[in-house]
Design a protein around this ligand. Structure first.
Ligand code: FES
Ligand code: MG
Length: 568
């Protein structure tokens, strides 16, 4: 076994001295540097990423496994992105964090790596970076929170959106709001519904890059540490067997992930992150793959935001293996996974213990699942909508556009009693795309006008070039591409234009002639984005559009694990 780490630790003379001597200040005996598989533990622990704040503890369990298997664990931090803390949006920094991960892995003396992933962007950023290096890699997710309890009922992040409406209409006081905060996030872990964090954890499990049950064991459950320990053992074996992400992340694996995500009612953010990961590992994937592959998959998981339960309940009902087993007639069951067994074999004995949480294919929770990819003159390169989280009556709808030029315009006018809007209108929000905001924030499920909410209406068709939280719901058209900030037709919509959404026909149509649109485009001016230096300037210049995964153009692909030069 040729160990990459020996290019550092196995050296003689000055170079070996330099690569080992300073490491020894941590109390490491010399024999550790002699041909032991070094497992890097890539940690996104941060107190500013509360969903990952238990990761130092969890990393200790990983280390125990690595030691047990005869490896040498070395933990290192990378940029962590706290979805609820970092402004203007964590998505602005996903690609930056991926660069940190890629260079930290490549530049250091490690043979294999465990990615400690939790809060939304921490999974795709670590996966993207690791795929561009392609040394043996295994993901350990942090696990979901326990469901909250508020005023006698279970709550999770999706309830925030309901609470916000109740607060706006005066049904809920500020004091109740504060009480609900503490009730909702009462344990370690990431968001309790099938939001983006759990969607990402399920993504890595269905891709085969994590051990079975990685997606659903609650963070607070002792079995999460057992999983971390077993992952530590397995990482050492992966190095010995030389299994790399490119061996696991095949086209079949990506197709499996898309189908499992459909059955789970996973986040729309899944698309943008999976596309970016596919771009790094060199698998061709298009928006149409998501629609085509998920079209035949019914919704099996009765979990918020598409259903009523939480990821914790999904674990008790049998976890992802039980969902995967249920999908056996659809999936590529022979796709290899990181534990050395095909995904079908891993799940062949999985049982469902609660049919209220995991339904059968024959009697699904809802017939429609997945993510619908829309086409039309308003989104020449596509837009997406999550049917399972939408209102059935609105999925075929024509309405008058009420246009907001940007997020500031929206905030200034949405609750204006004079706003000319009724529940049949279509709310259009521009300039919240990758370049326009910048960073494509989760504002697409914009709150309805106060005067509409006051009528007891809770959903309207909404269209934007932004994203929405994986915990969000509603008849929300997202990821419109090309975005308005680069002159996509979304930029040309005016108040009063008629728009048709027809999900069954996969159509999003603006009832304005091509000639009229061409005239409007002549008058249209490129918005002043206002960042003339620094990372954000680079982001705006290099970020790709939503339908391409919003990675940087220069980050697609991989550079492999080889570093040609030494540090001294
Ligand atoms: Fe971190 Fe939801 S805020 S997972
Ligand atoms: Mg989110």
């Amino acid at each position: 076994m040729d160990l990459r780490s020996q290019e550092w630790f196995g050296r003689t003379g000055k170079d070996g001295f330099i690569y080992r001597a300073w490491m020894k200040n941590q109390g490491l005996p010399h024999h550790l540097f002699e041909k032991k598989p070094v497992i890097g533990i890539c940690n996104t622990w941060s107190e500013l990423t509360p969903c990952n704040a238990h990761f130092r503890d969890l990393a200790e369990a990983v280390k125990r496994g690595v030691w047990e298997a005869g490896g040498f664990p070395l933990e290192f931090p990378v940029m962590s992105l706290g979805e609820c803390q970092i402004k203007p949006t964590a998505m602005l920094f996903r690609n930056l964090a991926s660069m940190d991960v890629e260079e930290s892995i490549r530049g250091n003396s490690i043979d294999g790596v465990i990615l400690m992933c939790g809060c939304d962007k921490t999974t795709p950023s670590l996966m993207m970076g690791a795929c561009s290096v392609n040394i043996p890699t295994l993901v350990v997710s942090g696990g979901p929170m326990l469901a909250g309890r508020f005023q006698g009922r279970k709550i999770g992040t999706s309830d925030l959106w309901r609470f916000a409406e109740d607060f706006k209409t005066g049904k809920m006081s500020q004091a109740e709001f504060v009480a609900a905060e503490a009730c909702m996030a009462r344990s370690i872990g990431h968001c309790a519904p099938m939001g983006t964090a759990s969607t990402m954890a399920a993504m890595v499990e269905s891709l085969g890059l994590a051990l079975p049950d990685n997606a659903t064991i609650p963070a607070a459950d002792s079995r999460r540490k057992v999983l971390a320990h077993m992952a530590g053992i397995r990482a050492v074996e992966l190095v010995r067997e030389n299994v790399r992400p490119s061996d696991i992340l095949t086209r079949q694996a990506f197709e499996n992930a898309i189908m499992v995500n459909a059955a789970l009612g996973g986040s729309t953010n899944f698309i943008i992150h999976l596309m970016a990961i596919a771009g790094r590992i060199g698998v061709e994937l298009s928006l149409d793959d998501f629609d085509r592959l998920s079209a035949k998959i019914p919704l099996l998981a009765n979990v918020q935001p598409s259903g009523e339960h939480f990821v914790e309940d999904l674990f008790y009902a049998g976890g992802l293996p039980a969902v995967i087993r249920e999908l056996k007639d659809f999936l590529h069951n022979d796709a290899m996974t990181i534990n050395g067994r095909p995904i079908g074999d891993n799940c062949v004995e999985a049982q469902c213990f609660d049919r209220n949480v995991i339904a059968t294919v024959e009697e699904p929770f809802k017939p429609e699942s997945g993510i619908a990819v829309l086409r039309g003159n308003l989104c020449k390169n596509g837009a997406v909508l999550k049917p399972s989280a939408a209102t059935p009556e609105l999925m075929k709808h024509t309405g008058r556009a009420v246009v907001f030029e940007n997020i500031d315009d929206y905030k200034a006018r949405i609750d204006d009693p004079e706003l000319d809007v009724d529940p049949s209108c279509v709310l259009v929000l521009k300039n919240v795309g990758p370049k326009g905001y910048p960073g494509m924030p989760e504002v697409g499920n914009m709150q309805l006008p106060a005067k509409v909410l006051a009528q007891g209406v809770h959903d309207m068709v909404r269209i934007s070039d932004g994203r929405m939280s994986g915990t969000g719901y509603g008849t929300v058209v997202l990821h419109v591409s090309p975005e308005s900030a680069i002159g996509g037709n979304l930029a040309l919509v005016q108040n009063g234009d008629m728009i048709t959404l027809d999900v069954e026909q996969r159509l999003l149509h603006l009832h304005v002639s091509d000639e009229e649109l061409a005239q409007r485009l002549v008058k249209w001016q490129l918005p002043e984005l206002g960042y003339d230096r620094g990372y954000v300037n680079m982001f705006i210049r290099h970020v790709t559009q939503a339908h391409e995964g919003a990675d940087f153009d220069f980050l697609r692909g991989a550079s492999g694990p080889v570093v040609k030069r030494d540090s001294h």
